[in-house]
Design a protein around this ligand. Structure first.
Ligand SMILES: *Cc1c(COP(=O)(O)O)cnc(C)c1O
Length: 427
């Protein structure tokens, strides 16, 4: 069973200061998990988790991870600026972008981030924009085809836009060495949200073998292997969570089996997990404000898909706990909906839940990664607050809610802006 990390009493109290909807994060859960990740890979001297900033780009949360030894994996200018502003040293920033604009490469290079090239043609692109080639660089690999694990979980690297072929990797390493690059990383992201302990070890096996081949072929020093993201979390209540200790052990076995005999015994292991680091430790808390009885039973809440896009975009399941009714029988079948003029604005469809009364607080689970971050402003809906439930039980506001003033701010050069400002005083 999935358990909310907030009680009804807590939610009511918090809502007095910070009205719903809000995303809230569980500091204790985040810290315990990051420690477990570091322990699982402690056998590797250079291990580092580079938190995928895109999952949850909040400086307070990022700082918790930074203080626990993590670096940051960035994919855009904003993420680079955020990471640098938190005091992350160059070596703690990985730039795993794709289709990257020139100014982002140049800034990444300037702050000493490790650039992970998504494509072979980016070598020429870097030259053309006048970038330097630092001593350490990384290249992203795509083996093509289908990546399949024993329990039927699979993904399609052959259909994905990322990475280079093996031949391109070899050529890139050769050319980059001539340009003065001395140390190389290999990166691949081949399957998403894998709820199995098998993914990282299998991926590691493939990348370790690739590392040996590339080292033999090009003479390049392989400094690190970046297993990237893709380690999943159990969104469904009957799924078994991944065991990061077992995952770490599985990668260790492959390391001893493949890299050590090849003499590559100083290779550092990196990860770039987002979902696994934050997903379960965030929730969207929203209040039931309408009920509607037509051909189905609907509960309207004060959050909408602009606050959490995953169900509308991917049809994702997010578990819902009606706070205070944790032990009630699920006698009703509801669609839980938001206010967007879009019929896919549903947090749950045909969901068995206890009877919901107006004013009940719904705790939408597992929104800590790719949740708030994927928000948007459709229908003029505003970004919610982000709150942190501290280890000591206090609640800290780590991002204030967006206001209409923020929403209209980019019209500030238009004549109508003055009238908008005046009108806002009437609300
Ligand atoms: C999205 C992404 C990640 C994080 O993926 P998760 O599934 O959230 O762990 C890591 N690296 C890259 C390059 C990504 O695009």
């Amino acid at each position: 069973m999935k358990k909310a990390f907030l009680t009804k009493q807590q939610a009511e109290k918090i809502a007095q200061t910070y009205p719903t909807p809000f995303h809230i994060y569980d500091e204790k859960g985040i810290i315990e998990n990051v420690k477990a990740v570091n322990e699982a890979f402690a056998w590797n001297k250079g291990f580092r988790e580079y938190f995928a900033v895109k999952a949850t780009p909040n400086p307070v949360l990022m700082d918790i991870l930074l203080k626990n030894g993590c670096g940051f994996d960035c994919s855009s200018m904003a993420e680079l600026v955020l990471s640098k502003s938190l005091g992350a040293e160059g070596e703690r920033i990985m730039f795993s972008s794709n289709d990257t604009p020139a100014e982002e490469f140049l800034y990444a290079e300037k702050i000493g981030a490790t650039i992970n090239l998504d494509d072979f043609t980016h070598i020429k692109y870097l030259e053309d924009i006048g970038a330097c080639f630092p001593e350490t660089m990384s290249c992203r690999y795509n083996p093509g085809g289908v990546f399949e694990m024993s329990n039927g979980i699979m993904d399609n690297p052959g259909d994905s836009k990322y990475g280079m072929t093996e031949d391109q990797m070899a050529e890139a390493f050769t050319i980059l060495q001539k340009k003065g690059v001395k140390h190389f990383g290999i990166h691949a992201f081949l399957a998403s949200n894998t709820v199995t302990n098998e993914y990282y070890p299998k991926l590691a096996g493939e990348l370790f073998n690739l590392a040996v081949r590339l080292h033999e072929k090009t003479g390049a020093d392989i400094a690190f292997i970046n297993l990237s993201g893709g380690v999943g979390i159990p969104y469904l209540p009957d799924q078994k969570p991944n065991d990061i200790r077992k995952i770490g052990e599985g990668v260790h076995e492959k390391y001893d089996e493949i890299l050590i005999p090849a003499g590559l015994n100083n290779v550092k292991i990196f990860s770039e997990m987002g979902r696994f680091m934050m997903g379960p430790y965030g929730a969207l808390v929203t209040k039931a404000i309408h009920e509607k009885h037509i051909y189905k039973e609907y509960i309207g809440v004060d959050a909408c898909a602009a606050n959490l896009m995953r169900p509308a975009m991917y049809g994702s399941y997010h578990h819902i706990t009606v706070l205070g009714k944790e032990n009630d029988e699920c006698t009703e079948t509801y669609d839980i909906v938001g206010s967007l003029c879009e019929n896919n604005d549903k947090f749950a469809i045909d969901r068995k839940l206890p009877k919901i009364d107006m004013g009940d607080y719904l705790f939408i689970h597992d929104t800590g990664a790719h949740g708030f971050a994927m928000g948007y402003n459709y229908n003029g809906r505003l970004w919610s607050a982000e709150l942190l439930l501290k280890e000591n039980g206090n609640v800290e506001c780590i991002r204030r809610p967006e206001t209409l003033r923020d929403y209209f701010a980019t019209f500030d050069e238009l004549p109508v802006y003055k009238s908008i400002e005046e009108e806002l005083k009437n609300i």
